[in-house]
Write a protein that binds this ligand. Structure first.
Ligand SMILES: Cc1cc2nc3c(=O)[nH]c(=O)nc-3n(C[C@H](O)[C@H](O)[C@H](O)COP(=O)(O)OP(=O)(O)OC[C@H]3O[C@@H](n4cnc5c(N)ncnc54)[C@H](O)[C@@H]3O)c2cc1C
Ligand code: SF4
Ligand code: SF4
Length: 403
């Protein structure tokens, strides 16, 4: 077996209804889930205090929506990496950590050799092997099941690339694992689903879904799809076949996720606030260290904001409520869609305002879906920052029966 290859999984996937199989339940002590799980009783202020030295302060610009940070920038690699989701900042930071000897290994997601969309966790020890982890995969894979093998192999300085539910659990267990040094590079995450469901979605987009090599929901209200023959399509959000998806297409976990922007990472690498470029949220000193590793390979500019989000967020909320009540969604007549599709990138919320809109939509979804499908979870699972984001839309804990 190659030194970097995946060892056999320690145990079967867990049976909980709210679980994204982050890997903790497959560790030698599955009871750790009780303390580590985002879907049980998360303590974001406590975790932020441990990781960043303070909890998020809603009075500081941007912190209610995006969590503790020192600064945010738009950014791209001057030489974008082949196969990356955007320009490849995430992978390049991890490569630099390995090149400079700052870490012994990086824990990240590669693709299953038989299915590029299926994530497979991997401990990478050579910078040149990080390329195998480039690009977005859809689905869940037990990233943190490799923490114990990492310790067993004597790795004391580790970097982890993860999505928010994985990073919450990682931070909850960080002290127990006792790595000498831990760098956490996070990406935002939303609307994840099983790899099988994602394949079904690709089948709605193209007659040759197997030829799709890339897909991204861009901040300009288009989905970009690339094909193996080099062609690409840009489909306006409004023209996506979303209404044909079954109601459980997105699992309850991802409809009720409480941390869109990966608040416990040292550095979050996303795109929502980037207006066509990547968007970095540098959260603490270690995050600054990670950005500095890129030196002048990185081009940055100031984040900007335009448009108004409230109408879009209210419209979204009305549709979530209608769907929950079994009523037909408010749909635009087909003839109007191209016009609105053309207008949205020009007059809709853009830059940070787009990111704020998405974060508020997610908070609303969390409250409404949990209330409908798992009301008893609300009291412990919904953190104060999610209630604060949903409050302007009339969703308050004191009005909800189970909280
Ligand atoms: C399911 C999903 C939904 C996302 N939704 C948003 C969003 O709404 N808004 C936003 O700004 N950004 C979102 N992102 C992040 C975004 O797609 C880019 O991954 C990110 O901006 C980094 O781009 P890059 O070019 O630097 O990444 P690359 O250099 O291509 O590296 C991508 C990294 O992502 C990790 N990764 C890929 N797929 C998975 C997966 N399924 N599970 C765990 N880790 C994975 C890999 O370890 C890899 O290192 C999402 C990512 C995922 C996986
Ligand atoms: S901690 Fe991870 S494995 Fe455990 S229940 Fe939560 S998501 Fe599942
Ligand atoms: S949307 Fe949330 S719960 Fe779902 S995979 Fe992403 S981080 Fe995890």
């Amino acid at each position: 077996m190659r030194r970097d290859a995946l060892p056999p999984l320690i145990a079967a996937a867990p049976a909980r209804t709210l679980c994204t199989d982050c890997g903790v339940s497959r560790s030698s002590d599955p009871h750790r889930c009780g303390q580590a799980c985002q879907f049980i009783a998360p303590d974001y202020p406590g975790a932020e205090q441990r990781v960043h030295g303070r909890a998020r302060e809603p009075a500081r610009a941007g912190e209610l929506h995006f969590g503790v940070h020192r600064r945010m920038v738009r950014a791209s690699l001057k030489a974008p990496s082949e196969g990356a989701q955007w320009s490849g900042i995430t992978t390049r930071v991890a490569e630099r950590l390995l090149e400079t000897g700052a870490v012994d290994a990086v824990l990240a997601m590669a693709s299953n050799p038989d299915d590029r969309w299926r994530p497979v966790p991997r401990l990478v020890t050579r910078a040149e092997d990080m390329a195998q982890c480039r690009g977005m995969k859809m689905g869940y894979a037990p990233l943190l099941s490799l923490l114990e093998p990492a310790r067993a192999r004597g790795f004391r300085r580790l970097a982890v690339v993860g999505i928010p539910c994985q990073v919450y659990a990682l931070r909850a267990l960080e002290a127990e694992f006792g790595f000498e040094r831990l760098y956490v590079i996070g990406t935002p995450c939303s609307d994840n689903t099983t790899t099988e469901n994602f394949h079904a979605f690709l089948g709605l987009l193209s007659e040759k879904p197997e030829a799709i090599t890339y897909l991204e929901f861009r901040a300009d209200y288009h989905v970009e799809v690339r094909f193996a023959d080099g062609t690409r399509r840009e489909i306006p959000f409004l023209q996506l076949p979303l209404s044909t998806l079954p109601p459980d297409f997105f699992p309850l976990t991802c409809r009720t996720c409480v941390d869109y922007t990966n608040a416990l990472a040292d550095l979050t690498v996303g795109y929502m606030g980037g207006r066509g470029e990547q968007w970095l949220i540098v959260r603490n000193a270690r995050g600054e260290e990670l950005v500095a590793l890129l030196g002048d390979e990185l081009r940055t500019s100031a984040v900007t904001s335009a448009g108004k989000r409230t109408g879009a967020v209210r419209g979204f909320m009305a549709n979530v409520q209608r769907a929950g009540a079994g009523l037909p969604l408010r749909r635009m007549p087909a003839w109007l869609k191209p016009l609105v599709g053309w207008l949205m990138p020009r007059i809709g919320p853009r830059g940070l305002e787009f990111a704020r809109a998405r974060v508020e939509m997610k908070a609303i979804e969390t409250v409404l879906h949990l209330e409908r499908e798992a009301p008893r979870k609300m009291r412990h699972m919904v953190p104060a920052h999610v209630w604060a984001l949903a409050a302007p839309y009339g969703l308050k804990p004191q009005d909800r029966s189970e909280t």
